[in-house]
Write a protein that binds this ligand. Structure first.
Ligand code: GLN
Length: 302
């Protein structure tokens, strides 16, 4: 494993300097783009790492996976009447599809879908923020994990597009709670800060038929785990999901903080971090590193 990661690291590191950090909020625009780390967590919980693998970063849309899992833990398949399971083929923050499709978001991994899931979680938990924080601490085995209030406040101050999606869903009677409160909880989740090591550990249950060897418990059933992995494979990388499937062929989820998590079912989970993004908002070095990984292990879910 170590020589696998060392090989990927030296192959991809020369790309540092390409791409652009997210700049829609000042707190993310000031992140140093010259960072690159990878961590792999095997299904028995063993970590292999390289580069900036212990540097916490803003997990952003990677939180959408954990948010969905929290919701799936407390609701049955009726969840899928309120949110779809088809790829969107559009940017993560697009509004157009939502009106065409009567306020039902295409999938839980675009912003509209994640806001809808946050609404669902809000109906179930007295404090959704504590629920998410504690869930991530349990899954990663790191009790220090927290949300960065500067990032969350800055996202809230620039909330107009996300707010528009939530209010549109409310107009279609597909949103139960106070929009502003749900937005704050959604941004709290996006502003969680975790390292590659934390995230590789936290996502490992998806590689292990729903069982977390870190938390030592079943997080999802094997069947629900298959559903989440299928959704990640078709919708986890926004409008790059198709080419990611061609190049990498693993279920994965990106965030505009520069992280990407991916799952090699039955074997290991992986998290790559490098803050400079490509045109669709996925980590440029992260996608390249995962492409190199899938070539080197000559394995994909397809
Ligand atoms: N907080 C970001 C937003 O809502 C998350 C986007 C992302 O990581 N793609 O716009």
């Amino acid at each position: 494993m170590q020589s696998l990661l060392d090989g990927i690291y030296s192959e991809i590191k020369p790309l540092l300097g390409q791409g652009k950090v997210a700049d829609y909020i000042p707190a993310l625009a000031k992140v140093d783009p010259h960072q690159f780390g990878i961590a792999i967590c095997s299904n028995n919980g063993e970590i292999t790492e390289v580069g900036d693998a212990n540097k916490p970063f803003s997990i952003q849309s990677i939180s959408k996976v954990f948010n969905l899992v929290l919701a799936m833990n407390h609701y049955d398949d009726s969840l899928w009447q309120r949110v779809g399971c088809e790829p969107s083929g559009l940017p993560f923050n697009s509004l157009v599809q939502l009106e065409y499709e009567n306020g039902i978001p295409r999938n839980p991994f675009i912003n509209a879908g994640a806001l809808l899931i946050s609404d669902i979680v809000q109906s179930r938990f007295a404090s959704p923020q504590v629920a998410m924080r504690d869930f991530l601490r349990t899954l990663s085995g790191n009790a220090e994990i927290h949300s960065n209030p500067e990032v969350a406040d800055s996202e809230y101050a620039h909330r107009d597009r996300n707010a528009a999606m939530a209010y549109l869903m409310r107009d279609y009677n597909n949103f139960d709670n106070e929009v502003e409160e749900v937005l704050q909880n959604y941004f709290f989740n996006c502003a969680m800060e975790m390292s590659c090591v934390d995230l590789a550990r936290a996502i490992n249950f998806l590689a292990n038929r729903g069982y977390s060897s870190i938390a030592e418990k079943q997080i999802l059933s094997a069947d629900q785990t298959r559903q989440v992995n299928a959704l990640l494979a078709t919708s986890g990388m926004y409008d790059e999901a198709g080419s990611f499937a061609l190049k990498v062929g693993l279920p994965g989820k990106s965030g505009v903080g520069g992280g990407i998590v991916a799952v090699v079912p039955g074997r290991f989970s992986i998290c790559v971090f490098s803050p400079a993004l490509n045109k669709v908002g996925n980590s440029l070095l992260g996608v390249a590193a995962l492409e190199s990984l899938s070539k080197r292990i000559s394995w994909s879910v397809y």
